[in-house]
Design a protein around this ligand. Structure first.
Ligand code: FES
Length: 209
């Protein structure tokens, strides 16, 4: 074997040894590219989820605020609600019952012109001054009625009795007299009461939150 022939054989042998390595490299390159692609894909998805989460959080927070808002408004200061014309309140010192009708909003829904309670209005002869009593019993919240004689109030639930100006008649289970309400008469003769609810079953007159 000549020297040149031997050299060629050695070169061929080297090429044969190198070939599997190159092929391995060719196989490994796409795998590395796949890994990089999947990493990029993961980061893109994570970013999208974060952005989507933020975009969702804003309206959700606004929704929670809107959800709580009526609850907050429910505990806000009471307003004066027109309940009658002065001419419709007889000036004979005998209380008459009038419904309290107003737009009502609970936590989720609004109700237009709904009865929310009742008041007794009373005025003396020739007076423009009107006294208002809540018809809700201070004992446990039942509806106080005028006795058929027209001389006192009585609650049918547990027999509390009250005088015509709301004073308690003992023995009565009610812990306090009937609840008076602020009342005002407008120049146009509209009688409006400050509609409030008070805690039942306690001696003190406490506005219910
Ligand atoms: S609720 Fe009126 S007496 Fe009990």
């Amino acid at each position: 074997m000549t020297h040149s022939h031997q050299k060629r054989e050695e070169q061929r042998e080297e090429q044969r040894e190198e070939q599997p390595h190159e092929q391995r490299q060719e196989r490994e390159q796409p795998a590395a590219a796949d890994t990089a692609n999947s990493r990029r894909g993961f980061l893109t998805k994570a970013l999208a989820v974060m952005c989507g989460g933020l975009a969702t959080l804003v309206p959700v927070a606004a929704g929670v605020w809107a959800f709580l808002d009526p609850l907050r408004r429910g505990s806000a200061a009471a307003t004066f609600i027109p309940v009658a014309d002065l001419a419709a309140v007889p000036d004979d010192g005998v209380p008459r019952q009038y419904p309290v009708v107003t737009d009502r909003v609970d936590a989720w829904t609004g109700f237009a012109a709904e009865p929310v309670g009742a008041v007794y209005l009373r005025r003396e002869q020739g007076s423009r001054e009107v006294q208002a009593l809540s018809a809700t019993c201070p004992h446990a919240g039942c509806f106080v009625e005028m006795e058929s004689t027209g001389r006192c109030f009585r609650c049918p639930c547990h027999n509390s009795s009250f005088t015509l100006d709301g004073g308690i008649v003992n023995p009565s289970p009610s812990p306090r007299r009937m609840d008076s309400l602020e009342c005002r008469v407008g120049d146009n003769g509209t009688v409006a009461v400050k509609w409030q609810k008070f805690r039942a079953g306690v001696a003190a007159k406490e506005v219910q939150g």
